[in-house]
Design a protein around this ligand. Structure first.
Ligand code: URA
Length: 251
């Protein structure tokens, strides 16, 4: 898969990219292959994006996409993340009756809670809460120090039954350094959430962030649409999509 950028932007992208990308001739390869991804056992989904996901990712990445196009592509990609997360959940067989005949059906048997890392997490939160309509919504605000990229805890409002959930789904569109998520997971664990019950749902991840999460929390699950090449020196995912929140919210 290739990213599509105008030449002036492409030059700055290459300059801002990781060392290995400077060697590439014109356009950078956007994502890693399934074999490269196999080194992260916490990633619990196939890393072969569908044609539709590749098309939507192109809109999300393209600097020329309008806000409307960006939002539309982001919302659709998040819709496509939901079934990948459902694959990580427990289901149970039930007997039902159709208007015509009795038959076997299937329902979710996990007790779910959603955790949104504000503000970007509020975008997938909306979609996920429409699918998991009963799941309590937990909110946490962790901001990055602009200079050091260190995460700083600011605010949280959590459900009193969080620790009883059999699956806690953290929605976070971008996994960059993994620092914010590491802080959040440590906090959830202190509150009694079992590491193996945590699922992170994300659109785009950097290998560096997955490395940190794999090392510190080997029992979590990560469901992600694409894994990009690397972080640049400003800790942005490269080639990435830029700042998700800024592009989605326009603020
Ligand atoms: N957050 C974003 O929105 N984009 C990045 O590239 C990294 C973190």
């Amino acid at each position: 898969m290739h990213t599509r950028f105008s030449r002036p932007h492409m030059n700055s992208l290459l300059l801002a990219s990781c060392g290995m990308l400077l060697l590439s001739n014109s356009h950078t390869k956007a994502t890693t292959t399934q074999e490269e991804v196999n080194r992260f056992p916490i990633v619990k989904c196939s890393m072969t994006p569908s044609a539709y996901e590749r098309i939507l990712m192109t809109t999300l990445r393209d600097i020329h996409s309008t806000r409307e196009q960006f939002r539309n592509a982001a919302n659709k990609l998040i819709e496509l993340l939901v079934p990948k997360v459902v694959e990580c959940l427990a289901t149970t067989t039930i007997n039902i009756q159709t208007p015509v005949a009795p038959c076997l059906g299937e329902i979710l048997s996990d007790t779910l809670q959603l955790v949104s890392v504000m503000r970007s997490g509020d975008v997938p939160l909306k979609v996920f809460s429409e699918h998991f309509t009963n799941a309590p919504i937990n909110k946490i605000l962790i901001q990055r120090n602009e200079e050091t990229a260190e995460p700083i805890f600011k605010y949280m409002k959590l459900s009193p039954t969080l620790a009883q959930a059999t699956k806690v789904i953290i929605v976070e569109p971008m996994i960059a350094t993994g620092g914010t998520l590491a802080l959040l997971i440590n906090l959830l664990k202190k509150l009694g959430v079992a590491e193996e019950n945590i699922i992170i749902a994300s659109i785009c991840a950097a290998p560096e962030g997955l490395e940190v999460l794999s090392r510190e929390f080997p029992k979590i699950s990560v469901v992600v649409t694409v894994i990009d090449v690397c972080l640049n020196e400003k800790k942005y995912i490269s080639p990435g999509i830029g700042d998700f929140g800024d592009r989605y919210f326009g603020t």
